[in-house]
Ligand binder design. Structure first.
Ligand code: FES
Length: 153
């Protein structure tokens, strides 16, 4: 195995992490940086549980090699909070009780955040379209949509 240092900017902090270049970003976030917001679901880029923002765009961190995101702005679920307070999207998900088991929630929140950052007035159809590849096995889709619509203006 051939490791090398990688410069990662995560939630406004810079970290130098020594790993193999093809290490999935998700592994570094969870194992090295102890950021457990992003979840390991499928590990194949199909469920969305591991979603983070890379330069503001939703990305599936289980299939993103760390070498690809060096010096990019990475934001995890933890990075959305301010002084320990949930942001508007996170608070809407709490208020609408949009979790059952909660495993998918990181991906739902991060995907909605990315959409509303570029389109604060997203319509219900646009939100549905954006979330269509985020899987929830409990079936809390109604509450998830309510939460997202509460924040969309
Ligand atoms: Fe990354 Fe499922 S764990 S998409």
């Amino acid at each position: 195995p051939c490791t090398r240092p990688h410069t990662l900017r995560v939630n406004q902090e810079t970290h130098i992490i020594e790993v193999e270049p093809d290490t999935p970003l998700l592994y570094v976030l969870r194992n090295d940086l102890e950021l457990n917001g992003p979840k390991f679901g499928c590990g194949l880029g199909e469920c969305g549980a591991c979603t983070v923002l890379v330069d503001g765009v939703a990305a599936r961190s289980c299939v993103v090699p760390v070498s690809l995101v060096e010096n990019r702005q990475i934001t995890t679920l933890e990075g959305l909070t301010h002084n320990g307070q949930a942001n508007d999207v996170q608070q809407a998900f709490i208020d609408c009780q949009a979790a059952q088991c909660g495993y998918c929630l990181n991906g739902m929140v991060m995907t909605v955040q990315a959409l509303l950052d570029r389109n604060p007035q997203a319509t219900e159809a646009q939100i549905r379209d954006e979330l269509r590849y985020n899987l929830c096995r409990c079936g809390t889709h109604v509450e998830i949509m309510q939460a997202a619509l509460r924040v969309a203006k």
